[in-house]
Structures are given as C-alpha cells and as structure tokens.
Design a protein around this ligand. Structure first.
Ligand code: TA6
Length: 273
C-alpha cells in the first residue's frame, strides 16, 4: 500500500519520489509488509542477525488480490467502508533455503472516512514455523521537527542507533524526533493508543493502535541517514516518520495453529500536511 488519502484531501502516507520502480528493490515508503523477518533479524539485544534480506521477502513479493468490496456492516452510509484483501503463499515466492515453510499470509485493508484498518492472518500452518511480522508504516508529516509521538511512556526499547544497541526505558510522555531515531519498543505496545501529533499542521493528530501487536518501532534516518539512501531525497527525512506496529522477535506456531493481528490508524483531528 503506497497511499491513504482521507476525505479532507490529505495524503497520510509518505512515498519517496525516488523509490525503486520494481522488485526486488523494496519500495521506500507506503506500508511495507515485513515477514517473516524483522530488519536484519537480530535478537532482542540487537545481536545474531538472521539469514534473510532486511525485513524478509514479503514486501518485495507480488501479492494477489483475493477479495474486494464493501466492508462487513458497511450499511451506515455516513461511514461507508470498503475492504480489499491480498494474499501471499509459499507458492508465490522463490524457494528460500533459510526459511522454507508452507504458509498462507493474508492482509485485509478496510478504509472508511476517517480510518484505515489493517488485519493480517497467517495459517493455520501445516508444520511448526517461527516468524516476525510488522507493518512498516511511513506516515507523512509536514515537518519532522514539530512532530511528537505520545503513548510510549514506560515501555522498554532497544536503541538501534547505538553500537552495540542499548536497552532503555521510555520516560517521555511525548517523544520528539530531533536526530537519527531507531527505537524498537518491546512487549507493551499492544492495547496502547499512540498519537502522532503534528503541531506544525494545527491540530492534525493521527491515532495508531493495535490490540495484538506487542512491539512498535519508531524510525527516522535523519539527514545523515537520508544521504546514504539512493531512494530517498536528502531533505526528505523531514517529511515522514515511521511508526511500525509489529512482532519484532519470532513467534512460533505449531502444526495446526494460526495467527492474526490488526492495527488501526484514525485521523483524530484534521489539519494540513
Ligand atoms: O524499522 C526500522 C528499520 O529496521 C531501520 O533499522 C531501518 O533499517 C529501516 O527499518 C529501513 O529498512 P530498509 O530495509 O527499508 O532500508
């Protein structure tokens, strides 16, 4: 998904004008679906990288659309909603020596006047497997210097900008972005209602919530990181913030088990971006 435009005419998702045009290069922006590996596949402390490309193969694969139409219960014309479901299975990808499992992964996108809901399901699996999954959402902002994220206080996070990574505790009620940021909040994000507040666009606030996804990553490469990325204009770091709901350490499914998780983005108060 590379665009989410709300009725106020605002585009809420960032997409780099220099993004790669086609696979296997991942798109720079949108809402990449990271599976079965998160990032370089490191453990909670940032060690022991995994075998797959960054964020796994799902985001660079071709998914099929399996369902479109009005969302269930979309009878309320004031808040009509539409849905689209996409699917990726093991038959859609090149056999992968380092993660060779049968799987059926589906993501349902439900859109109404003020919100976008993403619902992922995996399985049930035929044989045991372990996986990570993350919605790597690039949210568009007018100016990163006036953006803050609320709702993360008291969570433990891995600061991946440090070498070696450092485990910290979030003490800030409002997390302002004022430099390279790569914070992997662990275990406690499920059930929290985060808010992305863009004070430069008076009143624009986006609520981000997930009942099931335990982790949340906050990432911005800042100027120095953007300069190293061919698919991102040097100044573009100021136009987005990634707030990523997911499971960043592997979950195991036993034969016959399935998994499901969702997250919802809601425009709480509008404002120009
Ligand atoms: O989700 C944060 C992160 O893992 C960062 O460490 C950074 O690597 C970012 O994802 C972008 O990853 P990509 O592989 O798309 O360049």
């Amino acid at each position: 998904m590379v665009s989410w435009r709300t009725p106020d005419g605002e585009e809420n998702i960032y997409l780099s004008p220099q993004t790669a045009a086609s696979s296997p290069q991942p798109i720079r922006g949108g809402i990449p679906l990271c599976f079965p590996q998160f990032g370089k596949g490191v453990d909670r402390e940032g060690n022991n990288p995994g075998p797959l490309p960054s964020h796994g193969f799902a985001r660079n694969s071709t998914w099929r659309v399996i369902e479109t139409g009005p969302a269930e219960g979309a009878s309320d014309s004031d808040n009509a909603s539409v849905a689209l479901t996409v699917q990726l299975t093991h038959t859609d990808i090149e056999p992968c020596r380092d993660w060779n499992h049968e799987f059926d992964l589906r993501v349902k996108y439900t859109l109404d006047a003020r919100s976008l809901r993403l619902h992922a399901t995996l399985g049930p699996v035929q044989e045991p497997l372990s996986f990570c999954f993350l919605f790597h959402s690039y949210f568009r902002v007018r100016d990163i210097n006036t953006v803050c994220i609320t709702g993360l206080q008291r969570l433990v996070y891995r600061d991946a900008t440090e070498t070696p990574n450092l485990m910290k505790t979030e003490h800030r009620d409002s997390v302002w972005i004022n430099g390279p940021t790569d914070s992997v909040y662990l275990d406690g994000a499920a059930g929290r209602r985060l808010q992305l507040v863009d004070s430069s666009a008076p009143g624009r606030t986006l609520a981000i919530s997930s009942a099931e996804l335990p982790d949340c990553v906050v990432w911005n490469p800042w100027a120095q990181g953007a300069r190293t990325m061919a698919d991102l204009p040097d100044s573009a770091y100021s136009r987005f913030i990634c707030v990523e709901n997911g499971r960043t350490t592997p979950q195991r499914l036993d034969a016959g088990q399935g998994w499901t998780a969702s997250c919802t983005f809601e425009v709480v108060t509008t404002g120009k971006l």
